[in-house]
Design a protein. Structure first.
Length: 367
């Protein structure tokens, strides 16, 4: 009898799954009974009505320690609320259920409480013939977008295809408030949005708040030095498959527009460029309208370190811009599917970007 009941339950679960996959609308609401420990007679658990509804049976003590608890899933096209385990979830919150939280690791809001995040940093190499690599993205991330997240995935693909590196960690490093850029939300907000994006959409990306906690603007070269200190100096690198420790290479992940700014006068110091490109290296993701390879050919310092630079071509162009996102929010336009849902909700809850930089500047800039 118990197997028959489970077969019936599986049947209705399959119907619901088919509905989700095919976008079908069933003409009735469905009640699923979830089997868990307790006291109930499975033989009297289900009643079938003509409209297809499964009704819960009364609880009857039995020796098999099984209880059936009701979980009601209503057609969200017909109702405003969905009942899951007797708790109501608003219709606009349904999308959040598609993202699986992994236990958000909160970064410190004060320098004295800072700790370098390592919860997703590999402790041991998986391959014996690979060189360990940590990828670092520095930027405003005001707000973080799906393009920022995709850049890491594109970098991972290119590294796996074209190099002998094994990626052991990836970090976002938001700039401090002393960057003094138009449209820059407070660093605590930007760090938190990056945390929400990473922890809810990725299983290997992390956020480091060290740069955002500094009392002055920190040059990118110093930020990479910080990561080298945390990973290689303080922790001794990473363990190989044979058990010995080796150093981890640190590389900067950047968009093509940021790299082109290296050719602008008084933006980057030559000694910083030599330090970044010579000692660490750079992963450059091409963006729409940028010709990174031609720029590398024309820039003396970058050409000198060209063997330490990997240009990543976008096979599917994604031109989402944080600058345009801020304008959309200011105009009351939708940013759905441009940012993770958790980030959108955070922006709404804290009223961010409603009074941002001048519109002309927004339209002229890309970020």
């Amino acid at each position: 009898m118990l197997s028959l009941i489970r077969d019936k339950i599986d049947f209705y679960i399959n119907i619901l799954s088919l509905k989700v996959v095919l976008g079908l609308r069933l003409p009735y609401k469905t009640t699923i009974l979830n089997i868990s420990k307790g006291n109930m007679d499975p033989s009297k658990a289900l009643k079938y009505s003509l409209d297809g509804t499964l009704s819960p049976a009364e609880k009857i003590p039995q020796s098999n320690n099984v209880i059936l608890e009701r979980i009601v899933i209503q057609d969200i096209n017909d109702e405003n609320d969905v009942i899951v385990n007797s708790s109501y979830i608003k219709k606009e919150q349904i999308a959040d259920l598609e993202e699986v939280p992994h236990g958000i690791i909160r970064q410190a809001k004060d320098k004295k409480d800072y700790a370098f995040p390592t919860h997703r940093l590999k402790k041991k190499l998986e391959s014996s013939n690979k060189i360990p690599l940590v990828i670092v993205a520095c930027g405003s991330f005001s707000p973080i977008t799906y393009l920022h997240l995709r850049m890491f995935e594109m970098a991972m693909d290119s590294i796996n295809e074209q190099t002998r590196y094994e990626v052991v960690g990836g970090y976002f490093s938001p700039v401090s408030d002393y960057y003094k850029k138009n449209g820059l939300a407070k660093s605590t907000h930007r760090v938190r949005m990056c945390e929400l994006a990473c922890e809810r959409t990725s299983n290997w990306l992390m956020v480091d708040a060290w740069e955002s906690l500094q009392s002055e603007y920190t040059r990118t070269s110093k930020v990479l030095d910080h990561f080298n200190d945390e990973v290689n100096v303080k922790r001794g690198g990473i363990q190989t498959v044979t058990g010995e420790k080796v150093g981890v290479k640190i590389m900067l992940l950047a968009g093509g527009d940021l790299i082109e700014s290296m050719g602008e006068p008084n933006v980057w110091q030559d000694e910083d460029l030599h330090h970044i490109l010579g000692n660490y290296g750079c992963l450059i993701v091409e963006r729409t309208g940028s010709d990174v390879r031609s720029f590398l050919l024309s820039h003396d310092i970058m050409y000198e370190h060209r063997k330490n630079i990997l240009v990543i071509k976008q096979l599917i162009y994604n031109d989402i811009s944080s600058t345009k996102i801020r304008l959309f929010i200011r105009r009351g336009m939708s940013v759905q599917y441009l940012l993770p849902n958790s980030v959108i909700r955070y922006i709404q809850e804290h009223g961010l970007y409603r009074d941002s930089e001048p519109v002309k500047q927004v339209m002229d800039n890309r970020e």
